[in-house]
Ligand binder design. Sequence first.
Ligand code: ASP
Length: 436
Amino acid sequence: MNIIVTKFGGSSLADATQFKKVKNILEENHNRKYIIPSAPGKRFSKDFKITDLLYLCHAHVKSSIPLDDVFKLIAERYKGIADELNLSIDLEYHLNIIKENIENGASMDYAASRGEYLNGLILANYLNIDFIDAKDVIKFDNHGSLNSEKTYSLLKDKLSTCKRAVIPGFYGSNENGDIVTFSRGGSDVTGALVAASLNVDLYENWTDVSGFLMADPRIVESPKKIKTITYGELRELSYMGASVLHEDAVFPVRNAGIPINIRNTNNPEDEGTLIVNKKDIHTNTITGIAGKQNFTVISIEKAMMNSELGFCRKVLTILEQHGISFENMPSGIDTVCVVISDANLKNKTNIVVDEIKRSCNPDSIVVYPNMALIATVGSGMAYTKGVASKIFTALSDADINIRMIDQGSSEINILVGIENEDFEKGINAIYKAFNN
Ligand code: ASP
């Protein structure tokens, strides 16, 4: 029998109307057995996220400021949901304990986790199914790292006794029983762990978008939706800024070969995007296009560089000594480029260039500031002729100068470096070339 683990994000559970949509989705398919809720998110763009308010409560107590006004906003949101859904849960009781604990100096992780905890209690009550406190099944060591072995074994034991259950996302507990949270957006990780522990057939991640788009809709008008994407492609695109999922959510399910389906709670008819290990590579050459601005490229040239032992190591050691990580390092026989984001470079260009000159003695070193990178990603490109030429022709037809080209060794990504000011024009040109 198919088992589906279903995670709902904050906007999917932001108020009673959203809870009703969630119930309909769950009733539509009874294979949706294990449900992971986030804390209530924003109902409209200027609204508060409950998790942010809980962090604020904790900060108030730290600064000896009364938390009553902020906590009232939290309590009202939950009471609004419970009242409108006519729930029997004694919310007042839970809210009082949480408020008192935070006032008495409970940890930041404890405070933040209560958003998911309360939403989980409410959802379990509304659906009339079991509630499993994540602190009993998601385990961390005392340094804050996830203990996946213990987590999987506890989840397996516990879930084998429940037909259906709600397990709140975002937190667990350490060896002392203290609450520990994942980083922000971490309910995705909880869902992935639950899915992997039972080796289920599908992990559904319900949010407020219908999956991934081929390009950023703020740059390309109405880009097409990606129906299927591989984990490898997703990694390349998320690295370049296209993110819907928490990074750590991918690995547990990817390793177990479980597909993730990104779905839209506000448009449940839409099939969303399916993330899989492998797809039919002949169906589509390009899966998506993403990019980032504000990079500096340091281009170094030296005759016979290829035979000089330790040349790149010397360059990289200089970066390391300044705490600068680099993005890419395309190289030729006598040239090497280091691509560094301006945020990482921290205005240290001149110092770094001087040190490279001193320690590597290059024939020339040229700095190209204000660069943007565009990644065109598709696992079919390794088997299809003409993908690179399509990208380069599109950019040249749009009168865009390409400063750098790098095709990752995985052959699912062609990266080009262009001027910052050509960024949006470049993405549109590539998108059009593949969608005509
Ligand atoms: N509520 C947490 C956050 O806002 C975790 C999550 O939503 O996944 O980051």
